[in-house]
Write a protein that binds this ligand. Sequence first.
Ligand code: HEC
Length: 176
Amino acid sequence: MSQGTNSSIVKNIIVGVLTVVIFALMIYTYLGGGAYHGGEHGKVIEDMGQSNVEKISETDMKEKDDREKEQDKLTALRDKAGNIGAFKVSQAYKSKCASCHGVNGTGEQNGKKLMGPKLFGQDSEKIYKDLIDFKAGRKENLIMKGLLIKLDEEDLRKFADEIGEFPAREKAMSDQ
Ligand code: HEC
């Protein structure tokens, strides 16, 4: 056996041992989950990446301090009270519009923003025109358009008049 063969066997052994050690380290870091994946921060970012709006708002909630939470609770309570004791609205409004614009047109429910904008306080003529424009497709919104397809102009007039009356109805309630 020559000197050359001997040292190449030693080299092979060293390379082999090193490979095993490196693999062991990789597995160790992987299981540890930590630095290799960016640690907790990495996880939060990952979560946010795949998450829906709900998860993001959950994180938002967590970030609010206690005073803000207290404020939110108050607003929710006030809104709830406002909703329950609020002026009467038609069954048609309740079933067709309230889910997105709020039971009294505030565009909110229990302090949470709904899908549709606030209608309360808008002039009935403006509302009527908006509805007609949605229906005709001049004002583009697929949700509103789809919703109004089955309603005729007389229905739209009624909705517009009713919503335009909301502030007066509320005032009548609070004057009692
Ligand atoms: C599925 C949810 C949804 C329902 C139900 C719904 N809306 Fe809407 N509405 C919206 C959204 C979203 C917009 C905002 C559209 C935009 O700005 O492009 C909107 C906009 C409007 C606007 C324009 C307001 C503004 O300030 O621009 C009026 C008026 C309106 N809706 C009336 C109604 C009426 C009346 C009903 C019941 C017949 C109703 N909506 C039902 C989602 C809804």
